[in-house]
Unconditional design. Structure first.
Length: 137
């Protein structure tokens, strides 16, 4: 059963990201001009500003947790129950990705804990989607 989640940002580039997730792939935009990986999805490279010149680089989904926090306030009342764990994962290829833990909680986390990509079935007002999350490696 799909977990209810806050509404995604959709539109140009964001839709591409979610389409790759639906295929079970984590892909981020690589700038054709300078090679920088921009995340979240954007229409202009975060490093050099080049517009629309991207390829979608596939990532291994392996990384380590470099930070984490737990939300105890209901920012998404009726959607996300609290406490709500969030992790910051540094992917092995370099980019930093904000996500949620799967199968463990904040009390289990240690700095540099290795994790691997997983997808969970979620739903927002636009429909069902695959959300990239991380489980213990
Ligand atoms: Zn660039």
């Amino acid at each position: 059963m799909a977990e209810k989640r806050p509404n995604r940002v959709l539109g140009p580039y964001h839709d591409d990201f979610w389409a790759y997730c639906r295929e079970g792939e984590l892909r981020l935009q690589k700038c054709g001009a300078c090679g920088y990986i921009s995340w979240p999805a954007t229409d202009a490279c975060f490093d050099c500003g080049a517009r629309g010149d991207f390829s979608w680089e596939k990532f291994s989904g392996k990384g380590k947790i470099i930070s984490w926090c737990t939300f105890e306030r209901e920012y998404y009342r009726g959607v996300l129950p609290v406490p709500w764990d969030t992790i910051l994962v540094k992917l092995n290829e370099g980019p930093i990705f904000l996500s949620n833990p799967k199968g463990f909680a904040y009390k289990d986390i240690e700095a540099d804990m290795p994790v691997k990509l997983a997808f969970i079935d979620c739903e927002d007002n636009a429909g069902q989607f695959k959300l990239p999350v991380f489980e213990r490696a």
